[in-house]
Design a protein around this ligand. Structure first.
Ligand code: HEC
Ligand code: HEC
Length: 393
């Protein structure tokens, strides 16, 4: 990039001297287009969906600049951020899968299995709680300490190797330039604090708002939804199915009662397991109870976003549903029945299950309609958006 800046300004002055400014400016313009990089602080407010004004970007503890985002994008895609050069954030959060990894559960730098299914890093700034069952995590800036430094299991395995990892970037001319632009005036800008702020800046800009359903809502004449999706939408918002009661708001992740009663209850038990008949979930992951130690929190998980489901299978906190049919069948039955294996049990009679998951019946056509609606929330513009792509490709 440094090289490019120099080339650009040299070209400009050379052109001016030669008095052939216009054709030369065209060359500079083409150079810019070909490299496809963001060169300077850009106006991020232009990307925000107009319907959701937000002040998060004005966060004084991590002020947004285009240079910071660009550094964050490089780091997000760089395997050198993990102890053994095998994992980057993008290993488990790949753009093509709406920033998930398509595995049931992710595996870390040492090959250990993570307890959870990877989550789509989209619209993070609009979601009040991060991860499936930790009500203390609200900001990417702090959540990131998990994947970077966790030891049980290690994800990127950076703990104990902090200096060694930063040295890789201190000795790389591309990064020296990126850090200097992102943190101008700092004597030693290549450090963990700055790296984390930059990655957070990048992932906070990953906004998904161009699904067929978004377009339809913006202009239903120009972007009509197919009839099955319209019918599915009616089902989703019906008193019979009650999906909208938990999956509300812009990302279908804000429970309705929260809005009405202003109570922060984002966590529900949907009856996925009932191993011992007393509401037991698999011992390696029991939901909110692992944090609060309250019995009634066993099996409670955050209501997830329902955007981009077309790209994010398998589903649930542990990836235990391979298809949307399976998910919907669970809701139809009023809880999931696990027939075989160590986790067998009847989720329908889980004592901690939300009363909103009470069961209903659907015809095959209705089930397909509901799935059509859910798929209409999938934004293929996002997965092709160059602003979020791997800068090394
Ligand atoms: C080994 C795989 C793996 C790596 C590497 C990884 N993540 Fe994750 N990430 C996950 C999993 C699994 C979850 C879901 C965790 C949970 O629900 O408890 C997750 C969740 C998240 C979330 C919360 C999303 C939400 O909607 O709640 C954020 C933010 C995040 N990761 C950012 C990052 C960043 C930034 C990096 C790089 C520094 C990174 N991750 C590296 C697997 C990974
Ligand atoms: C009581 C609140 C509640 C209701 C009602 C509800 N859900 Fe959910 N939904 C959740 C929670 C909580 C999860 C996460 C469960 C987990 O991962 O263990 C979830 C997960 C999902 C998922 C998986 C998403 C993913 O990325 O893993 C889909 C799809 C889904 N729900 C669709 C629906 C549909 C369709 C309806 C209506 C038939 C519905 N939900 C009704 C709370 C609810």
């Amino acid at each position: 990039m440094k090289f490019r800046f120099h080339t650009e300004s040299r070209l400009k002055s050379c052109c001016q001297q030669a008095g052939i400014l216009i054709p030369c400016l065209f060359i500079v313009f083409m150079l810019n287009r070909c490299t496809g990089h963001t060169t300077g602080p850009d106006d991020f407010t232009k990307w925000l969906p107009a319907s959701i004004p937000d002040t998060v970007y004005l966060d004084p503890s991590n002020v947004y600049t285009g240079y910071k985002r660009e550094l964050g994008r490089y780091l997000f895609y760089d395997n050198r951020l993990s102890v053994n050069n095998t994992r980057s954030c993008s290993s488990c959060h790949a753009q093509i899968f709406s920033f998930t990894d398509s595995y049931t559960r992710s595996s870390g730098a040492m090959g250990d299995l993570h307890q959870r299914n990877s989550r789509p890093l989209i619209n993070l700034v609009y979601n009040r709680y991060l991860t499936a069952a930790d009500s203390t995590l609200h900001f990417p800036e702090t959540q990131m300490d998990g994947p970077l430094f966790n030891e049980h299991p290690p994800e990127m395995g950076a703990r104990g190797h902090e200096q060694q990892i930063m040295d890789r970037f201190k000795n790389d001319s591309i990064y020296i330039a990126l850090y200097a632009k992102a943190y101008p005036g700092e004597k030693d800008p290549v450090n963990w604090k700055n790296s984390k702020l930059a990655i957070a800046t990048f992932i906070k800009t990953i906004i998904s708002s161009d699904a067929p359903y978004d377009r339809y809502r913006r202009d239903s004449i120009q972007y009509p939804l197919p009839a099955p999706a319209i019918r599915g939408r009616q089902l989703f918002f019906s008193g019979k199915l009650k999906c909208y009661q938990c999956h509300g708001g812009n990302d279908f992740s804000t429970p309705l009662q929260t809005v009405q009663q202003r109570q922060p209850d984002f966590y529900f038990n949907t009856g996925l397991y009932n191993i011992d008949g007393k509401g037991g979930y698999p011992s390696y992951d029991r939901g909110l109870i692992d944090l609060t130690r309250k019995k009634e929190d066993e099996g409670k998980y955050r209501v997830p976003v329902l955007r981009n489901l077309l790209f994010t299978a398998p589903y649930y906190h542990d990836g235990s549903a391979l298809t949307l049919e399976e998910v919907i069948l669970g809701y139809e039955q009023g809880g999931r029945i696990v027939k075989n294996g160590p986790f067998a049990g009847d989720g329908r009679i889980n004592p901690f299950k939300s009363p909103l998951v009470s069961g209903f019946s659907l015809t095959d056509t209705e089930r397909r309609d509901l799935i059509s609606f859910l798929y209409s929330l999938s934004d293929s513009v996002l997965i092709n958006n160059k602003n979020y792509a791997n800068p090394y490709r």
